[in-house]
Design a protein around this ligand. Structure first.
Ligand SMILES: [Zn+2]
Length: 407
């Protein structure tokens, strides 16, 4: 395999999370007796450009087009975040009704709805069929395709070029990053901008968010390698800022070279990345040791609770939770069930571990003694929604960065 940014071939592995099935492939009852395919989850760093990435690619058709169960509208925190992103970008670039905004991986269209409110023309691109249909039903015109150079050319022909292209939590999912950047160059008007958000590698490493590593996330982005990626194609990162969603996200603004002044924040982040040493193998191997230690600690905690006769359930079933369950080997012997708000997962079973997923109300009805909160990035909102569980004496376990009990 070659590096996704620089095409270099010297990739050094520093973390091995074992073999897992795709994290979003929740199983219907009739599939429980069928074999599941497990893929390696190994993380490497490129010696040349420092991009941290997976060394194995699961075909995207398998990951994103088969009953994809993620809807960006599920949480209030998420909705608020997308509206504020649409507002910030509209104001910053003075968008007007003649401007076109295109969102890559637009999901059910929550971000574009924010732009539409401000009177801007919008178009979504979303490969998952059901999610795309929901977006169109909600009045956000959405094309059911993966982004590609040929799709970019077709959009230019039929609707013209975009003033702004956005992508939230999508760049890390794309295998051919060079084709992405060429497509952006095709689709953007003169002085157009690409604004994208991705979980920031620095947070992943510092806050031990290793569960955000799963097959959909091919790259773990940071400023230094991203700068290099865009420079290869005459583009540059003109601004970068951290936002709090998903446990620490970086928002990047990208434009063609010399179209805009470059904010000093970009180089400051790169300097900070190097000063912390996040690209050094020694640092990354220490991180891998912490991951191993975390697995033991969480395992001991759950095991001793079980030995004392406690019943434990899971709360929320995000993709990251599946990495945690698989890697920490937490299955039905530990969790009786997992509750989830999204109807797309209810009634199914978790991939690999086969834990039944039920509606949130069952947490109150069945009152397990402890609830392992898998979507820890939305802990405050989820615990508020399930306040009744806590008032009745239930306790939450927040697993990341260190397992802790909240009573
Ligand atoms: Zn590289």
């Amino acid at each position: 395999m070659l590096c996704r940014v620089c095409r270099g071939s010297k990739l050094t592995q520093f973390l091995d999370l074992g073999f897992t099935p795709p994290a979003d492939d929740f199983l219907r009852l009739e599939r429980l007796r069928e074999p599941e395919v497990y893929y390696p989850l190994e993380v490497v760093i490129c010696d040349e450009c420092s991009l941290v990435q997976l060394n194995h690619v699961v075909p995207p058709e398998l990951l994103f087009q088969r009953e994809y169960p993620y809807e960006s509208s599920t949480t209030e925190t998420g909705r608020k975040h997308y509206y504020s992103l649409a507002n910030d970008v509209s104001r910053h670039y003075n968008l007007s009704p003649k401007d076109l905004v295109i969102d890559i991986g637009s999901n059910v269209g929550v971000l574009l709805a924010g732009f539409k409110l401000r009177g801007v023309r919008v178009l979504g691109l979303e490969p998952a069929r059901d999610v795309c249909a929901t977006a169109n039903k909600n009045g956000i015109e959405t094309i059911n395709e993966f982004f590609s150079e040929s799709l970019a050319q077709e959009i230019v022909r039929t609707r013209g070029k975009a003033r702004v292209i956005t992508g939230t939590n999508v760049v890390a999912h794309i295998n051919d990053l060079h084709a992405l950047v060429r497509g952006l160059d095709t689709l953007l008007i003169e002085k157009g901008v690409f604004v994208f958000e991705a979980p920031y590698l620095v947070h992943l490493l510092e806050k031990l968010e290793y569960d955000t590593i799963y097959h959909e996330h091919l790259s773990y982005l940071s400023l230094a390698p991203m700068k290099r990626l865009f420079e290869n194609f005459g583009m540059e990162i003109i601004d970068a800022q951290e936002v709090s969603i998903h446990g620490g996200t970086m928002r990047y603004h990208v434009a063609r070279g010399n179209d805009f002044p470059v904010d000093p924040a970009v180089d400051e982040y790169i300097r900070a990345e190097r000063e912390k040493g996040i690209y050094e193998l020694e640092y990354l191997r220490k991180f891998a040791c912490s991951v191993e230690r975390h697995r033991k600690e969480l395992g001991w905690m759950l095991q001793s609770l079980k030995q004392d006769g406690n019943r434990i359930a899971g709360v929320s079933a995000p993709a990251k939770g599946m990495t945690l369950l698989s890697y920490c080997k937490i299955g039905r012997e530990t969790l009786d069930f997992i509750t989830e708000k999204s109807p797309l997962k209810m009634g199914k079973f978790t991939p690999g571990t086969h834990i039944p997923v039920v509606g949130d109300s069952e947490l109150i009805e069945r009152m397990p003694d402890y609830a392992l909160l898998l979507a820890w990035n939305f802990a405050d909102e989820i615990m508020k929604n399930l306040d009744e569980y806590r008032r009745k004496g239930g306790k939450f376990i927040i697993p990341i960065p260190e397992p802790r009990i909240v009573g």
